[in-house]
Design a protein around this ligand. Structure first.
Ligand code: AGP
Length: 600
């Protein structure tokens, strides 16, 4: 999704270009197809390029701009108009007096565009965004100040937006937000704004999360926040405890591999002060005041949906009726909701538009809402009645890895909390998970298996019960970063259709942990596959006899239910990573995908 960065340095300084460009590169993980910057040095200079940031760098090298103290930048993920230079942001008014960057969708742009065109304005792009600088320009023509022109233009917009504007001859940035993330940073003698904290974490960890409907005015010395009527609003300044190093690659070839390896630390962080080993209890301060619900509906997308499926199984096991919905398919009116219904939005970014829409509907329908998210102050955190942070730390790779593991553990904590909180076995299980994940990381043979099967026609993943969401997630990870065909199935469903796809060229990855009924049945499904000549890779703790029917084994330590699902998934993350690595794919920024999907 689009990324925004803005910077106001001390008058006379010339570092806007480098701060803005570095901020854009920290936002690359959000996914983009073109980029641009506007620098204010008395007059506005705008540079844009389609493609990667390196293309914009080349443009800047060939025409060195005069870099002043104020700048805005943008990485664009196309919604209106193809990824061409003319559609890249910033967009300006006809006179070049104001430059605007925008994340979101302006729903009434066509009507505004028609009106502006009728008044003689010529549009230079296909974007919805371009109406904004032209509206501002019209108000400037009428003699309004930049601030009033900005506010009046924003007042005409419908839809979602995080918008920043810089004016010629004005060492100030104006910004507004509605349903798209925007965070302000307060440094010493400089201020920042961005779609996400990593864009400026090198410079400051003092942040203000702008709320929907608010406006901000940034000068070198201060940040002023006002409501839609222009009244000043006192906003809390929060300290972000991410260290800048955590947003770098720390020597790993890819963020994804770094983040896979960070899982033991991330999980310890998630568990910290939430489990009491001596007492055998789970107690989560974040959930205080949240009664055990009569029923639970999860809304989530992609990897988070797989975590939600897992969470629903855990809750049902504890006697709480629970269902997971794809957020994009969720219609609150069609599902019974009463005051005892809890709707849980699982979303690592806290900004996913489909999930946000579903949560808002659930709120309106009278449900209690809980956000399970990684991002403090995110839209989901603020829209819900309650929030439970998974504390995974910044995740830069587009493919969710450590946030999935942290969601699994967080949902196990929540399920136990609702069930009296006392459960010696789950507390022991949870305590052991970080170490077990470390064991998998230290011993995994996934790289060799990836080498063996990198040319496969397709990859199939099967699992049952709590390993079913893991099978789905294994397939999503594989297709997302390797671009190879991969599918996840409930093991028992194979014979109802997918078995027709199974050949000698399609390895089947079977997750079989434990020695109970589910494991025995999945071994039966493995036999069906083996009989048809497909290579079988068992992800197993060795407690069943699946190894007899497998060509290869990816071993995991014996663990409890939740732990087995977390560690089996780590093997599949590594498998996907190494297949993609061997195929030379763009692992951290897979084609067509974005980290934070802020459009429906
Ligand atoms: C995960 O690898 C994907 N990039 C994607 O499916 C993601 O999980 C989905 O877009 C939901 O994101 P969220 O958790 O930030 O809401």
């Amino acid at each position: 999704m689009c990324g925004i960065i803005g910077y106001v340095g001390e008058p006379g300084s010339t570092d806007a270009r480098s701060v803005v460009m570095q901020g854009l590169s920290s936002l690359e993980y959000r996914g983009y197809d073109s980029a641009g910057i506007a620098l204010m040095n008395g007059h506005l200079e705008v540079y844009k390029a389609a493609g990667e940031l390196s293309a914009l760098e080349d443009r800047l090298e060939s025409t060195p701009p005069e870099s002043g103290a104020v700048g805005i930048g943008h990485t664009r993920w196309s919604t209106h108009g193809p990824p061409l230079e003319k559609n890249a942001h910033p967009h300006t008014d006809s006179e070049g007096r104001v430059a605007v960057v925008h994340n979101g969708i302006i729903e009434n742009y066509q009507a505004l565009r028609d009106e502006l065109t009728a008044s003689g304005i010529r549009f230079r792009s296909d974007t919805d965004t371009e109406v904004v600088p032209h509206l501002i320009g019209q108000y400037l023509e009428m003699g309004e100040t930049p601030e009033t022109a900005f506010r009046r233009a924003i007042g005409q917009l419908e839809g979602s937006y995080a918008i920043a504007a810089v004016f010629e001859d004005t060492e100030t940035i104006y910004a507004a937000r509605q349903d798209s993330p925007l965070v302000l940073g307060i440094g010493s003698g400089a201020t920042y704004l961005a779609s996400d904290v990593p864009a400026f974490i090198k410079h400051t960890n003092q942040v203000i999360y702008l709320e929907d409907g608010q406006f901000a005015r940034l000068s070198a010395e201060s940040v002023t926040v006002t409501d839609s009527a222009g009244n000043p609003v006192e906003m809390p300044v929060e300290t972000v405890d991410w260290d800048p190093e955590a947003a770098g690659k720390s020597g790993y070839e890819h963020f994804m591999l770094k983040e896979i390896n960070e899982q033991p630390a991330a999980l310890r962080q998630c568990l910290r002060e939430r489990v009491d080993e001596l007492a055998g209890t789970v107690s989560c301060a974040d959930l205080e005041g949240l009664e055990t619900p009569g029923s639970v509906q999860f809304v989530a997308c992609g990897t988070s949906y797989h975590a939600a499926l897992f969470g629903a199984i855990l809750l049902r096991e504890r006697g709480i009726p629970a269902q997971a919905f794809l957020a994009s398919e969720y219609v609150a009116d069609r599902i019974p909701i009463d005051s005892e219904t809890l709707v849980i939005g699982a979303t690592q970014s806290g900004e996913t538009a489909d999930t946000m829409r579903a949560l808002r509907e659930a709120n309106r329908a009278g449900a209690t809402t809980l956000a399970v998210t990684n991002v403090v102050g995110s839209s989901a955190a603020r829209a819900c009645d309650h929030v439970f942070y998974i504390r995974a730390g910044p995740e830069i790779g587009v493919a969710a890895t450590k946030t999935f593991a942290s969601q699994q553990v967080a949902l196990a904590l929540i399920a136990t909390h609702f069930d009296s909180g006392y459960d010696r076995e789950i507390v022991r299980t949870l305590r052991d998970i970080p170490e077990q994940v470390q064991t998998v990381l230290d011993t995994s043979q996934a790289r060799d298996i990836a080498t063996e099967y990198e040319d496969a026609e397709a990859f199939f993943f099967i699992g049952r019960d709590y390993q079913y969401p893991v099978a789905l997630e294994g397939a999503l990870k594989m297709k997302e970063i390797s671009y190879e065909h991969a599918e996840g199935f409930a093991a028992g469903e194979l014979k109802h259709g997918p078995l027709a796809l199974v050949t000698e060229e399609t390895p089947v990855f079977a997750i079989v942990t434990g020695d109970g009924r589910d494991a025995r049945k999945t071994v039966g499904n493995v036999k069906e596959v083996e009989a048809r000549g497909a290579p079988v890779v068992a992800i197993t703790d060795g407690r069943s006899d699946v190894e007899r029917y497998a060509d290869h084994v990816l071993a995991v330590p014996a663990a409890g239910k939740v732990g087995s699902a977390v560690i089996a998934n780590v093997q599949l993350q590594l498998l996907a990573y190494w297949v993609a690595n061997r195929l030379g794919r763009s692992i951290d920024k897979p084609r067509n995908l974005a980290k934070s999907v802020t459009v429906e």
